[in-house]
Design a protein around this ligand. Structure first.
Ligand SMILES: NC(=O)c1ccc[n+]([C@@H]2O[C@H](COP(=O)([O-])OP(=O)(O)OC[C@H]3O[C@@H](n4cnc5c(N)ncnc54)[C@H](OP(=O)(O)O)[C@@H]3O)[C@@H](O)[C@H]2O)c1
Length: 293
């Protein structure tokens, strides 16, 4: 049984979106650990504050695909923001070289998403409060790999969350997953990505599973991923609206980490690319501009 969770408590949402914002402007780089040292002068809110402080002090996020190019950025950004991280990896040796070993807030656990929900539930444990999935099949000879990883693997992870009562799930998916239904069948990127075992179709099926699961989800569909630092600002659109474009993995990781604490990101599918012409907008504004469907 997971601990009482700030991410799923209505009280947290109420506080962040209303009460707290009436008194503080939360920057997008807000560090939740710092909340515990804020003193609130209005005592009528003290009970709420105590509750939130208590909940915020126990915050651990499980990251699947943590040694991937986006996954490791997510881990690094979570740690930088004061979260504890359980990094789910296939290869512990690789993970030890990917991450600095002396960070007490980082725990490495073996987690292959193709090995079923029971093992994943064990890896997630009873102390993870949210799961971020940044897995993606690795190119190889197994033509079924996209289905095993990007579809069934993600479904396994959702089931593992159910077993552990984890009620916050953030998925890194992809633009164009719904290309067949949105007039993109001849889009070269749609064709290219589906040549490898119908990857986008596999991802779309996993998305559909999450959306029906009842879990509080945020599905982030990025454009083409780049390792370079950001060269523009984030453009966020509703599902099935961005059919080309690219974005730095740093920004994808940032969007995933920000989504964790933003009620505006709940139960949403968003698409993101970056553009040098775009205005810089805070994440609560970006997520807030997308409607739930
Ligand atoms: N590349 C693009 O331009 C692009 C565009 C849009 C969306 N996306 C999607 O964005 C996500 C992140 O992409 P990326 O390029 O940053 O990822 P990546 O570097 O390819 O990393 C993929 C991660 O998934 C892990 N993984 C593979 N099979 C697994 C399994 N059976 N169990 C557990 N973990 C497994 C890998 O583990 P190992 O480290 O052990 O190999 C790796 O950590 C993916 O879903 C990708 O499809 C990519």
């Amino acid at each position: 049984m997971a601990a009482p969770l700030f991410l799923r408590t209505p009280i947290f949402h109420t506080l962040t979106s209303h009460t707290l914002n009436n008194h503080f402007t939360l920057p997008s780089t807000f560090n939740f650990k710092s909340l515990s040292i804020l003193t609130f002068s209005k005592m009528e809110r003290s009970e709420i504050v105590e509750q939130v402080q208590e909940n915020l002090s126990v915050k651990k996020v499980f990251v699947a695909g943590a040694t991937g190019s986006t996954g490791k950025r997510i881990v690094e950004q979570l740690l930088a923001k004061g979260f504890s991280v359980k990094a789910g990896v296939r290869d512990l040796d690789k993970a030890r070289t990917t991450f600095s070993s002396n960070n007490p807030s980082l725990q490495l656990v073996k987690a292959d998403v193709t090995e079923g929900s029971d093992k994943l539930a064990e890896a997630i444990g009873d102390d993870s409060e949210a799961v971020i999935c940044a897995t993606g099949f690795r190119l190889g000879w197994d033509v079924l790999a996209p289905w095993k990883v990007d579809n069934f693997g993600t479904v396994n992870l959702v089931e593992a969350c159910r077993k552990r009562n984890v009620n916050r799930f953030i998925l890194i998916s992809s633009i164009l997953v719904n290309g067949a239904a949105t007039g993109q069948l001849l889009n070269p990127i749609y064709i290219l990505l589906n040549v490898f075992g119908l990857t986008l179709v596999a991802k779309l099926k996993a998305e559909q599973y999450i959306r029906k699961s009842g879990i509080n989800y945020t599905i982030i569909r990025p454009g083409g991923l780049k390792n370079d630092p950001p060269s523009g600002n984030v453009v966020m659109g509703p599902e099935d609206t961005l059919f080309k474009g690219a974005i730095s993995r740093d920004q994808v990781a940032e969007a995933a980490v920000e989504a964790l604490a933003l009620p505006e990101a709940s139960f949403k599918v968003v698409e993101i690319i970056s553009s040098p012409d775009a205005r810089k907008r805070p994440y609560h504004d970006l997520f807030g501009s997308i409607s739930q469907r």
